[in-house]
Ligand binder design. Sequence first.
Ligand SMILES: [Zn+2]
Length: 346
Amino acid sequence: MKMSLNNPPRLSPEERARRRHQAEQCHQAEEAGCFGLIGGWAYSRKLRRDLSAEEASHQDEPFLCRVCYSDAVLRKCIEKRHHYAHHARLSPAVSDGETVLHQGCLDEILQALKLRFPAGNWAKNRPIPAKPDKNLGAVVPDISGRLGGPNDPPLVIEAQVSSLSIAAIIKRSAEYTKRRIPILWIVPLKEDLGEAPFRPRLYERYLHTMYHGRVYYWQPGFGTQLLAVHYGVAERHIPLSEWYDKEVEEERSAGGYDKPYKVIKRPVTVPKLDLVSQFYRLNRDEFRPWNERKTVPSLAIWKDKLADWWDKSEDEAFRRRFKEDNLPQERRKAPRPTADWTHYHF
Ligand SMILES: [Zn+2]
């Protein structure tokens, strides 16, 4: 039967609420990078078994997502369905409401570039008009100018704050590429990123892929320097535990090993880099990251000249480990608790 767009099926209020909840859960899962909590199940470390969000209470804490091994929090909602959410440290990135911090970042970089290249015509929020005959849209780069005089190469810098969607990042980057201007995306921070593992947001993961495994963070006082961060593998230690299994009437044991987190990463850094002398223009081909749904189009990017500074074998092992639960498949089916999961003792 063909569905008519003019006559959408009428939904009951319950069905509408259910679909809204599902869409919200999908959105949150995409942001977290893990679809393991969508079905409304998590593992209670206290009770040593899976619990649905309906039957669970805060007394059963702590909870764990069984797909990515990160901590989960139970959200008991009056208006909405009970559910679980991923709980992990985020990077202290400037958010879209923090205009003063965002503008302060742009002003500091702008001043530093003006000092270095007085003839570079550096400006903040200077519009580049559309050229419809050449299929070029209008853009307003955060910072734009030339690395020298009028005949030297141009550069645009965009400071990502969280309101910008992946689609907007792609669209803007592609627009500059059409104009043959390389783009440098940076993420302004409010404070030190620190060395502890954290959960990169969706846009951070996307930039990580776009720049071949690094994200450029900036902090007040950095001027034209950037902290390049690779998202290395972080592991959770599963302690050894032994228990008596009543069903099979025997002693069992599990744990005593490390499991890689799926969505929590360890920052692997190098000494700060200068965005002028230690970067170059790189034209990269379109490709689709192994763990993301959205293709990265062919782009002209402004990338550091360093050879990859992290342990690549670790990354390979991680990819092999998580290959089977590629995101597009996860989204279709809500995961059910598996038998062997109940025997993991955390
Ligand atoms: Zn998870």
